[in-house]
Design a protein around this ligand. Structure first.
Ligand SMILES: [Zn+2]
Length: 405
């Protein structure tokens, strides 16, 4: 490419333009800076020196001097909320809402902020009201999500279900806990005096629909197991042990690790319909493929009753050798001691020794005999579908601490 002489002019012209632009910026900045109160800079200084308390005081001062600055109020309000100073956060947002000249968009924003303050402060009634006030605004999605959490914590399942429907209309996002809301509804109907079976079945149909949307996910399996267990409970109340058995047994294939939750009841169904040997065989086969403590207990107890002490102990020895477990041994000794017909058997350890052994082992198994939440680490003696610690759903399987390790 040849050199063109006019190129020499372009360079100084671009330089001059850049200089002018910079001057204009600096001048504008200076004029804006002069308009800012000193407290702004004090506040900034405190922030830079990592003195947040003094920074807040300085910014509160600015907000007082210049009440028109809504942005600063919002910033202070959410800062107070994050620091857990709920009274101050609520006061800031209330003062915004009290302004008659506040534009509609900012009023809605303040309404949403104060709703979050109430929620964090645990004032659920007021939070619910405030979130409802912004349901038709641009904060609708966040508000519905918060309302779902509120209704869930109040165990208000019908309203939680309504809120999920509303959320679904706004955004296309899966809400896995919906199945459990429907199951809780069914549980409530079953626990009523007298039990309302129609209502329970309607809730379980709805739960089925919700679970269909989750199919293929690990969470979906556990939810479906829960539905099957509740359907079994309905069948039991309808005096239909064969149907109850079928639902309980379906849990073994839907979610094999949840078998422990149904093993005892499943065996009782088999006994009621006069097929206890088949029940024992089913559970034993399942145990061999998916060994869990609760299934082991049922199999050992029934084997001892049906096939005698020696066969049951042989099974137990093999099982404990394959899956060494103190809890397993503890339960085994518990059943052995409770059965109490050893006097007729030769070469059996005396009861006193067994009791001593059991009490020694039991001391150590207390710690292991718990379920633990994967999210918050909460440990529970009983199995819950919803963690009592963090309110998350299905955050642990029905496996004790010892079984997980
Ligand atoms: Zn938890």
């Amino acid at each position: 490419m040849d050199f063109e002489p006019w190129w020499l002019i372009v360079v100084p012209v671009l330089f001059a333009l850049g200089w002018i632009a910079a001057r204009v910026d600096i001048r504008q900045m200076l004029s804006e800076t002069r308009a800012l109160p000193d407290s702004y800079f004090k506040g900034l200084n405190f922030i830079l020196n990592e003195e947040p308390d003094r920074a807040i005081d300085a910014f509160v001062e600015v907000a007082k001097l210049d009440p028109e600055t809504t942005e600063l109020h919002f910033a202070l309000g959410s800062l107070f909320r994050r620091r857990g100073e709920m009274e101050r956060a609520i006061r800031v947002h209330q003062s915004l809402l009290a302004r008659s000249d506040l534009p509609q968009a900012e009023r809605e924003h303040a309404q949403h902020e104060i709703a979050q303050d109430f929620l964090k402060a645990g004032m659920l009634d007021r939070a619910e009201q405030a979130f409802q006030n912004v349901l038709d605004t641009r904060f609708a999605v966040q508000a519905v999500r918060a309302l779902i959490r509120i209704y869930e914590s109040e165990h208000d399942w019908p309203r939680a279900i309504e809120a999920v429907k509303r959320l679904r209309a706004l955004v296309d996002e899966p809400v896995p806990q919906l199945v459990h809301y429907q199951c809780e509804q069914a549980q409530t109907a079953l626990g009523a005096r007298p039990p309302n079976l129609q209502e329970a079945e309607a809730a379980l149909d709805a739960a089925d629909n919700a679970a269909a949307a989750l199919r293929g996910q690990a969470r979906g399996q556990a939810s479906e197991a829960r539905i099957a267990m509740l359907r079994a409970a309905v069948a039991k109340l309808r005096n239909n042990p064969e149907q109850q058995r079928a639902y309980l047994e379906s849990v073994l294939s839907i979610a094999p690790e949840y078998a422990g939750l149904v093993a005892g009841e499943l065996f009782e169904c088999y006994r009621t319909i006069g097929r206890p040997e088949e029940g024992l065989a089913t559970l034993k086969n399942h145990y061999l493929r998916h060994p869990t403590l609760d299934t082991f207990n049922v199999v050992f107890r029934e084997m001892r009753a049906q096939q005698g002490h020696d066969t049951a102990w042989e099974f137990a020895r093999d099982a404990l050798r394959a899956h060494p477990s103190l809890l397993g041994l503890d339960r085994l000794l518990e059943i052995e001691l409770a059965t109490g017909d050893r006097s007729t058997l030769p070469n059996v350890t005396p009861d006193a020794d067994l009791s001593l052994l059991r009490s020694l082992i039991h001391k150590h198994t207390q710690r292991l005999d718990r379920y633990s939440c994967n999210v918050c680490g909460f440990e529970a003696r009983h199995f819950y579908w919803q963690c009592p610690g963090c309110n998350s759903w299905e955050t642990y399987k029905p496996l004790r601490l010892e079984e997980i390790k």
